[in-house]
Design a binder for this molecule. Structure first.
Ligand code: NAD
Length: 289
């Protein structure tokens, strides 16, 4: 505990799920946290939790797909805290579908957030780090889907492969500024984004996933946060350009899974909730002014 005292972390999409887990872990280690997110309600909730841990938090309204907004957010972070030591390009979305009828907008939104958004976030943060001259740590959240895909998740996978490859180039590019850049490939982590994959506690989907995962449980945001903490802290100083999978061993054991009627019903319900959440978020995502 306390390995990040005096540091400032800029974490996109920390208003929910994995990003919130990362924010709380880094705050427990002593960092103050900037939270650029399109979802201001979620970001404020994370900020309250950070404050309860005795650290400072700054909520920023920023769409990572907007050059102007993410540049302004990185500037505001430095204006407020005088530094920016750690950046986590975490914000991401998922749009599944068949190649036969995926709307162009679903493809484009994923490219804009998961690929361009990671580029714009890393650019904005690295520019501040290079200007301030204190070095820095950058972590990009890719996915296990950079290695595995399916007949519906191929577009999401394409963006996540891109992230895993970009960090290798950026590690070379930014080394002379004492900035390390790494990527993490989470497996299934229990968050609103992955609700349909992770299922519900004691539900049919969850129990099948637990059986197929060697460590016997679904991942939690804090699992991924621990790895970010390693990459951002003293023990991660010699790591750069890496893509590290953290999936409880699921990669080599997922096999094929045919949902039974109970699981199919659960999946249908969770899918409905995901569509509702997506419709609520879409106008926020479309605002790129
Ligand atoms: P989540 O939906 O719970 O949280 C995503 C957060 O990002 C939300 O707060 C949302 O408002 C924000 N966001 C979305 N688009 C944004 C934009 N354009 N600009 C700013 N903020 C935006 O999702 P999560 O599961 O926590 O996912 C976080 C990251 O982890 C994503 O990149 C995702 O692809 C990746 N990931 C998740 C899993 C999983 O199983 N949950 C697995 C592998 C990778």
């Amino acid at each position: 505990m306390g390995q990040l005292i005096g540091k400032v972390a800029f974490i996109t999409g920390a208003g929910s799920g994995i990003g919130r887990g990362i924010a709380l872990r880094l705050a427990r280690e002593g960092a103050d946290i900037c939270i650029p997110d399109i979802d201001q309600e979620g970001a404020r909730m994370t900020a309250d939790l950070v404050t309860q841990l005795g650290r400072q938090a700054l909520v920023l309204k920023a769409n990572v797909a907007s050059h102007l907004q993410i540049q302004a957010a990185a500037r505001d972070c430095v204006d407020r805290f005088g530094r920016l030591d750690i950046a986590v390009a975490n914000a991401g979305i998922g749009r599944g579908g068949s190649v036969l009828d995926m709307p162009l907008k679903d493809w484009q939104d994923q490219i804009d957030v998961n690929l361009t958004g990671v580029f714009l976030t890393v650019q904005a943060a690295a520019q501040q780090m290079a200007r301030l001259g204190n070095g820095g740590r950058i972590v990009c959240i890719s996915s296990l889907a950079a290695l595995n895909t399916s007949g519906t998740m191929w577009a999401y996978s394409a963006t996540k492969v891109g992230v895993a490859m970009m960090v290798r180039g950026w590690a070379q590019d930014l080394g002379s500024h004492r900035i390390t850049v790494n990527a993490i490939g989470p497996g299934v982590i229990e968050t609103p984004l992955a609700a349909g994959l992770a299922g519900e506690p004691q539900g049919a989907i969850r129990s099948s996933l637990e059986t197929r995962t060697p460590v016997g449980r679904v991942g939690q945001p804090d699992d991924i946060a621990g790895l970010v903490n390693f990459m951002a802290g003293p023990d991660g100083a010699f790591m750069s350009g890496s893509y590290v999978v953290m999936d409880g061993g699921l990669r080599d054991s997922r096999g094929s899974w045919e949902p039974d009627p109970k699981a199919a019903e659960e999946q249908q319900r969770l899918f409905g909730q995901a569509v509702e959440r997506r419709m609520k978020m879409q106008p926020l995502l479309d605002d790129r002014s």
